[in-house]
Design a protein around this ligand. Structure first.
Ligand SMILES: N[C@@H](CCC(=O)N[C@@H](CS)C(=O)NCC(=O)O)C(=O)O
Length: 250
């Protein structure tokens, strides 16, 4: 069980379900979608990443990497969006979002695992194709991250993004290679089953649909993956997806 021993007394005192999240973060969308599919009510703690609202001592006491989402349930703090999906499934098993069959469940877990490993590549592509057009990063932003983030990985990321030189180009080409390989792999899975989770919609679909939504909104081509394209139509027109992701946006 992925419970994090948070130092935050505030988090530990929370009763019921609470989510620290950001509207546009795909990892937050993943958890909001799982909550919606399960019909659960939760209290929102919205942190606007564009205003650096997550970069506070209070939030880094709750989530030491200073990233969203974080789920708190009756004082139990859970970080890592895919781990939160499993946690919700265990605490709120109905409706079930995992296959009954062990082999199918193992296959589903592998697909969820590589949505986590692809996250850095998705972030690189998002910054390169989207944020580069709308934000101008400065040396000051990098110094701010250096000073206030415990997370060296995100500091280096900001540095490379800001410098926009060789290190950044290498990140972008590696990210595109990884994402293309992953899309092809998902497309192949969908030649064998209707959903990424097997015969029924489930956690692997939740984990991936928010990523594909992001890629789609950046006009990232996946026409070479026809099964994935039709799966995306099915998954993104579900009521819960509309509520938790599309209509959640202002
Ligand atoms: N592996 C983590 C990744 C979390 C993550 O990187 N969240 C992003 C938003 S999708 C974030 O908080 N970024 C803010 C930052 O790094 O400053 C998860 O799945 O929860």
């Amino acid at each position: 069980m992925p419970i994090f021993n948070s130092k935050s007394t505030m988090a530990k005192s929370l009763k019921g379900l609470h989510l620290f999240h950001y509207t546009f973060s795909n990892c937050s969308q993943r958890v909001r979608l799982a909550l919606a599919e399960k019909g659960l009510s939760w209290a929102s703690h919205h942190l606007d990443l564009s205003k650096n609202e997550h970069i506070t001592t209070e939030y880094q006491a709750i989530n030491p990497k200073g990233v969203v989402p974080t789920l708190v349930y009756d004082g139990e703090v859970v970080v890592e969006s895919n781990d939160i999906l499993y946690y919700l499934e265990e605490k709120f098993p109905q409706p079930s979002l995992i296959p009954d069959d062990d082999a199918k469940r193992t296959a589903m877990e592998a697909i969820i695992h590589f949505s986590g490993t692809a996250q850095t590549s998705i972030k690189v592509i998002t910054f390169d194709r989207f944020f580069r057009k709308i934000i101008t990063s400065s040396e000051e932003d990098v110094r701010f991250f250096e000073r206030y983030r415990n997370n060296q990985e995100v500091v280096q990321f900001m540095q490379d993004f800001h410098e926009n030189s060789e290190a950044w180009s290498l990140r972008v080409s590696a990210a595109v290679t990884e994402v293309d390989a992953v899309l092809t792999r998902l497309d192949k899975v969908l030649t064998q089953s209707h959903w990424l989770s097997g015969d029924e919609y489930g956690l692997a679909d939740i984990s991936w649909v928010v990523n594909i939504y992001r890629m789609n909104s950046m006009a990232y081509a996946f026409d070479q993956c026809p099964n994935l394209a039709s799966w995306f139509d099915r998954a993104s027109t579900r009521k819960a997806f509309q509520e938790a992701v599309v209509l959640y946006q202002p």
